[in-house]
Design a protein around this ligand. Structure first.
Ligand code: C5P
Length: 397
């Protein structure tokens, strides 16, 4: 529910702007007040009249509208909301945000706001994939801008691929996650998830098996309890949850860098299946079959991210949680791992093939802490995530 919440909705100029009218309706159905801002280009797609009729509010359009400046200046407008949402976020708006431009009402609000900003990108697939947009995405993620979508599929321009704006209900979910006021409100929690890919050459890599399902579920549950979640993910099978700050990485070293740059955090959950080794000197070009017989790979040890963060002398999160996926003697191995790495909790699970846990929807875990161990009954990964998030909330009280 969004009762009493104020959303400042910036509508960019793209064909997906028509979906933003439905978004206004959906947000209001849940009790939010929506103040719309239209860019000049947006007015080519939706009219100020229809937008204001649906919002039940005045539409803001011009930076230099003196009446608005007298009634409510752009600075105040940018701060009066609980959340700023940009939908659709066009390539141009994203470039302005990444570059720090402030030459119209929308971009000025985005520069002046002290509130969190959630964007729903929408653009042609080539524009989305363009190196400039990809650079801007990284910059915006680094600025803790929240993303929802884009979805993949048929586009208005007839092309296919990523670039469709997320559906209004998915945006509403992301808004709810960003605004939730649970016991973790005001807390920053870092979550690593998914595998890492360590290149052998440009086309081959070594990796651990990991769908990213458990880490994603944990990030979703923490976010639902109101935490600001930084979600550092390797190339996983499942999409990141809405409403979290996503940092996508490939290798263990990149994951460590992303974790370091996301600190400080109140708690950190290391659910990623990080490759223990990388190829010592990955080849810049594809290793050809039959050139010099079977290649011999030499490995170098990857940094242990969990151990590194657990053993930080300053800036260590108050609570550090690691995972231990074992196939035998689970409790003994996991307890030893907790001591060795220096984390507070270890969530241990048996991933022997007969358990069906790896890649499945259920998990059976044991929580190991300084106080001892607790065996939890087998339940869905979503439920395990909820319990872990609830315990983290308890510990951070
Ligand atoms: O040593 P092992 O891989 O079994 O430890 C598992 C735990 O350590 C998990 O929480 C995993 O995310 C974390 N880990 C890490 N960096 C590594 C290896 C494991 O953060 N290089």
């Amino acid at each position: 529910m969004l009762a009493g919440k104020r959303v400042l909705l910036i509508i960019g100029g793209g064909i997906a702007a028509f979906k933003s009218l439905d978004l206004i309706r959906r947000l209001r159905e849940r009790g939010a007040t929506v103040t719309p801002v239209l860019t000049k280009a947006a007015e080519e797609f939706v009219t100020p009249l229809s937008t204001s009729a649906l919002a039940g509010q005045k539409v803001f359009r011009d930076l230099f509208d003196l009446t608005d400046e007298a009634e409510m200046g752009h600075i105040e407008l940018s701060r009066s909301a609980d959340l700023v949402v940009v939908a659709p976020a066009t390539a141009d708006l994203m470039a302005k945000m990444a570059g720090g431009h402030a030459n119209d009402l929308a971009s000025t609000i985005l520069m002046a706001t002290d509130k969190r900003v959630l964007i729903a990108p929408a653009m042609n697939v080539r524009m989305w994939e363009h190196a400039a947009t990809q650079r801007n995405i990284e910059t915006l993620k680094g600025d803790a801008i929240l993303f929802v979508g884009p979805d993949e599929g048929e586009m208005a321009c007839g092309e296919h691929g990523p670039g469709r704006m997320a559906e209004p209900l998915a945006i509403v979910d992301a808004v709810e996650a960003a605004l939730s006021s649970g016991p973790l409100k005001g807390k920053h929690v870092l979550v690593t998830s998914g595998p890492t890919h360590e290149p052998i050459d440009p086309v081959r890599y070594i990796a651990n098996r990991s769908s990213g399902a458990q880490g994603t579920a944990i990030a979703r549950s923490l976010s639902a309890l109101g935490a600001h979640v930084t979600f550092v993910t390797g190339p996983a099978d499942v999409a990141p949850p809405p409403g979290v700050s996503v940092r996508s990485v490939q290798t263990a070293q990149q994951m460590l860098d992303a974790v370091n740059s996301a600190l400080p955090a109140d708690a950190a959950v290391f659910a990623a299946a990080v490759a223990d080794w990388r190829v010592a000197s990955a080849s810049d070009s594809k290793i050809k079959k039959g050139d010099k017989g079977t290649p011999t790979l030499e490995f170098a040890e990857n940094p242990d991210i969990l151990a590194t963060v657990s053993q930080l002398e300053s800036g260590r999160p108050q609570l550090v949680v690691g995972f231990a996926a074992e196939t035998d003697d689970v409790l003994a191995h996991a307890s030893a791992k907790r001591d060795r790495k220096g984390c507070d909790w270890i969530i241990a699970n048996d991933v022997s093939p007969e358990t069906g846990i790896m890649g499945g929807t259920e998990n059976a875990v044991t929580l190991i802490s300084a106080e001892g161990h607790e065996e939890w009954p087998r339940m869905t990964k979503a439920r395990v995530a909820e319990r872990i998030a609830a315990r983290i909330a308890e510990a951070l009280k």
